[in-house]
Write a protein that binds this ligand. Structure first.
Ligand code: BGC
Length: 505
């Protein structure tokens, strides 16, 4: 049963961060303003057929112009921390070379406003929007992009290092490789299948070089990477299904986590003949596996995997975002994603499985005994919302009970699993960031996959908090109340961080 906000608040450990997350390309709009250069996503989204109904990211939530209003919504919500990403193309329009002062200034103002409102800034350096000139030179298939990210990290450190409380180097490299380079569903639209492997190594190297630059700048904030993790579940006890699920686990989870946390790629990758020429240097692996201050984990759902191409049934929302040519079963595909029986699904067709939040954490704990402190850097659900006009009070009501339940159940499971005696109690879980503050441009899903706590009317830009927003507000207020009342409960550590950035290391 879903816990009430008050009951859940009582479970939240002291110092646990609750935040919301967004990313630059998904919310900012203003793609051609104040010296921003084009990104690979600008070009990809402009190609007919790339985005659902060819929807455009040009304005999106218009956050670039409405940033103070959005920070006010966060303040009103009462969150501890805000995770956003820096638009590389806004700050360094060419992806190398000169810096754009107007771009730097935007995040300067954002960070200051967050701090003035008691919200600690968590900045991601790379959330998928590669500057177009770098994509044109091969993007993440080109090793040079990793060095460019290192250079960008140094620029960001010099500009914001004194105030950013937590840094994410790279967000979900697995999604960039799978969707951007293997299947062609995201920018830069390459469908290289297994030949996309170099994009894995170069993103991880980019993470390593970015960390090195942030460390060299002696930023006081904590530094980590964000990987998505999806527990893999074989569709049956059939050995072929088990094998397929194991392979998916390697390609989606281990390929990205093992090098960072264990310093090596999974053996099966090294053994496969088509990768036999892949032999990263010891120096690369050292950069990639340097000690982290935290590990960022995005958890949305488990994945059920069956052998062979499947029967071609893909949930409607997913099919729409994948485009017609990829939504049918792919003849000859070695494995497919199967649906979970009797399971609620989101608008994307993703299974809602809060129990697997605990499984994800337990598997991480088992695989990586030296895991640093963990933040769930994203979790949330897209559901079609219904906007109801409350004529009496002249306001809109958005009763998104399913999203609210998703969040309550997942936050609850994460806290239970990492509490003493829980399935993953060796993990030092420090926080949970809800994806997302507001409905936004959901990549190839366009505006048809709303994940927000706040509804955005994309015609008028009017923001309306949903029931899930008010629920989170109540949870935070109850937690703060409990913290204030309890004699031995400390105030959330976040506030201390904001006032006095903690030296690292
Ligand atoms: C990404 C977000 C995305 C969310 C929902 C994560 O993979 O980091 O940018 O909007 O999932 O699909």
């Amino acid at each position: 049963m879903t816990a009430s906000a008050k009951d859940l608040a009582a479970l939240i450990p002291s110092g646990f961060t609750l935040g919301v997350a967004t990313s630059a390309f998904q919310i900012e709009g203003a793609l051609n303003e104040d010296g921003r250069g084009p990104s690979g996503w600008d070009a990809f989204a402009a190609k007919p057929g790339s985005i659902v109904e060819d929807q455009s990211p040009a304005t999106s939530c218009d956050h670039y112009h409405r940033m103070p209003e959005d920070v006010a919504l966060m303040k009103e919500l009462g969150i501890d921390s805000y995770r956003f990403s820096l638009s590389w193309s806004r700050i360094q329009p060419g992806g190398s070379g000169p810096v754009n002062p107007a771009g730097l200034d935007f995040y300067d103002r954002l960070i200051d406003l967050l701090l003035a409102n008691g919200i600690s800034p968590m900045a991601a350096l790379y959330h998928w929007d590669t500057p177009l000139p770098l994509d044109e030179a091969g993007g993440w298939m080109n090793r040079d992009t990793a060095y460019r990210l290192g250079e960008f990290a140094a620029i960001a450190a010099a500009a914001y290092g004194d105030r950013v409380v937590r840094w994410v180097t790279v967000n979900e490299p697995a999604t960039v490789t799978t969707n951007g380079y293997a299947l062609g569903l995201h920018a830069p639209g390459e469908a290289l299948m297994v030949k996309a492997l170099p994009s894995v190594h170069h993103q991880l190297l980019g993470h390593g070089l970015a960390m090195q630059a942030l460390r060299a700048a002696k930023v006081p904030g904590e530094i980590g990477i964000t990987n998505v993790y999806s527990p893999m579940v074989p569709a049956s006890a059939n050995p072929l299904d088990k094998l397929s699920s194991g392979l998916m686990d390697v390609f989606q989870n281990r390929l990205f986590a093992d090098p960072v946390l264990l310093g090596k790629y999974p053996d099966v990758i090294r053994a496969a003949t088509f990768f036999s020429s892949f032999s990263p240097s010891a120096e690369d692996m050292e950069l990639i596996s340097q000690p982290l201050d935290f590990y960022g984990l995005n958890y949305y759902m488990p994945t059920r995997v069956g052998a062979g191409p499947g029967d071609g049934t893909v949930p409607e929302g997913m099919a729409e975002a994948m485009g017609d040519d990829l939504s049918d079963s792919t003849p000859g595909a070695p494995f497919h994603i199967a649906s979970f029986p009797d399971t609620e699904i989101t608008a994307y067709g993703w299974p809602v499985k809060p129990d697997y939040m605990s499984v994800a954490l337990a598997e991480m704990a088992e695989r990586y005994p030296d895991l640093p402190p963990v933040y769930i850097t994203e979790g949330g659900a897209s559901f079609e919302d219904v906007v109801v006009r409350d004529a009496g009070a002249d306001r809109l009501i958005i009763p998104d009970e399913r999203r609210l339940r998703y969040l309550a159940d997942h936050i609850g499971r994460a806290i239970e699993a990492t509490a003493p005696g829980g399935a993953a109690d060796s993990i030092d879980l420090r926080g949970y960031y809800v994806w997302s503050l507001m409905d936004n441009f959901e990549w190839s899903g366009g505006y048809k996959q709303p994940f927000g706590l706040v509804h955005v009317d994309f015609d008028t830009q009017v923001r309306t908090p949903k029931a899930s927003y008010y629920w989170l507000q109540e949870l935070l207020a109850a937690r703060n109340g409990a913290a204030a009342a309890g004699p031995d409960v400390e105030r959330p550590a976040e506030t201390a961080d904001v006032e006095r950035p903690r030296p690292v290391g």
